[in-house]
Ligand binder design. Sequence first.
Ligand code: BF8
Ligand code: SF4
Length: 631
Amino acid sequence: MTKLENFTTIEEMEAVTAKLREQAIFVHAETYEDRVKKQTPHCKFGEDGICCKNCSMGPCRISAKASKGICGADAHAIAARNYLRTIAAGTASHSDHAREILHVLHSTSRDGNYQVRDEQKLLRLAKEYGVATDGRDIYDVAHEVADVGLMEFGKPFGTQRFIKRAPAERQKVWKEQDIEPRAIDREIATAMHMTHMGNTAMPEALIRQGLRAGLSNGWGGSMLGTEITDILFGTPTVWTTEGNLGVLEKDYVNLVVHGHDPAFSEMVVTAAELKEMTDYAKTKGAKGINIVGLCCTANEIAMRHGVRMAGNFLQQENVVLTGVVEMMCVDVQCIFPALPSLTDCFHTKFVTSSPIARIPGSIYIEFKPETAMAQAKEIVKMAVDNYQNRDQTKVYIPDTKQKATVGYPCEQIVKHLDTITNSHVDELGSYRPAVDAIKAGVLRGAVGIVGCNNPRVRPDFSHLEIMKELLKNDVLIVATGCAAQLATKAGLLQKEAKWVCGDGLRRVCDLLDIPPILHMGACVDISRILLLVSGIANDWGVNTTQLPIVGCAPEWMSEKAVSIANYVVASGIDVYLGIEPQIKGSTEMMEWVTEGTRKIVGAGYIINTDPDGLVKSILEGIEKKRDALGI
Ligand code: BF8
Ligand code: SF4
């Protein structure tokens, strides 16, 4: 039985966006849809990755009349160099975010702005790092762990410490293939150096560095980001919350936090929840303060506080267009520079907080660990003071929202599995019940659906189509980032979503009392998926390349996504992409990413821009892996 009536369809989401576009016209604002029109058709050279501007003899473009740039670089060299630079930028973004978090850990003290919330996780990491803990103050331990973590970025010798967490087979492959990730900054610098004018022109070498730089993100920067965030703000637990634009409230001060760095959003959430702030809001005629999240920040604070989620990447302008947002405050990544001119059409204040993301037209409050709480209060107060400026003629809150159960890091997944078997084998538990369910065919496999939404395709459509089809076919989904947000908007993160699943998956959901899509967090938390897959491979006694588990980014757009795709592939997991990487102008590069990497790490991309075709190939890929395992 399939009861779809309780879910939100893409058509319903699009109807809301269309209403909000009327609102945009009313206030004389433009949105990304207007800009897409002006940018289409896109530059073909850029799309195909065969424009090079790595030196001032260029830019050089490869065409029928010119098969080489002025220096002699051909389409393959140029596309490969551009691709590696993309990976370097993505690796830098995730990892620099992690570095900031490590500095916050370094600033913690018992009476300071930031404390250690998950001491057990800190002690486990200290042990892994060889940091002494006996008889020491927890904050001394925290500071030394932060020191060791920070050294992962620039240490002159050795490889990333967390690669020891990977299955032995993976570690062996990385060593043999000479792609073990060294210091994170080194992998980024090497990528930039290799792609400088007059250096590497050989696609294979650039592909290998791409895998290595990706690994320094997945098993380095991102994993550090996740671990340290858990230590600082607590390892996520299961929460029931809500998502989509209907979480904005008419009679409350609406404060939207957007971006990625939880050090910022956690503090703003804490300040907004203070009684003195709520009382202050009441003096201004509001019923209270309604804080909601956008993009990855939404994921971070939903799974640690149950804070409601306003939406994903392409919803950032829609949120402002409701006319009820007193303030949007942002930290880093995925923030449209278009926002200040849009917020100018309303009373909405737009606050930037990081030197990494300076945007003209914003109010800039540089957020610092030493003054974080005072600054967060200042920000919240500014939002409250703005409530009275709301223009009632410009208000439209769509009534669309869905329930969502969020917060399934590995620890929670193991805990749920443990409820059925009591198989608790060590402090981190076991994935054996999940392995048994896959072996028995109750679950056919699992897919990590991650990444952004993208106006190159019908936004959110591929995500939803692929998710529904996989669930119907008894494939469990884990989701992060904006993919998880789409699942939220559609209603697929609620436990009732079992009604769109096949019988096997529905039984698993009932037994474990989980939704069929497990929300694992923000994009840095794809590191959690790496540990999940490694844990399953270890408990099963097979290699990651053999598992009927794959990754899928149906609508990816960011450089971070390309870095992620590389570490997922390097970890032995196939990646299904619904958007083509910008390398199409090189047949060699297309061959490298789809087939060539299989010879290096045993996995690669499968690319299909048609969602039906993509999900079909995922299901076929899963069945092929099952056949090979004889299950
Ligand atoms: O890191 S999924 S649009 S918000 S890049 Fe950005 Fe893409 Fe969303 Fe988070 Ni991830
Ligand atoms: Fe042209 Fe070569 Fe310079 Fe690139 S590096 S811009 S291909 S001359």
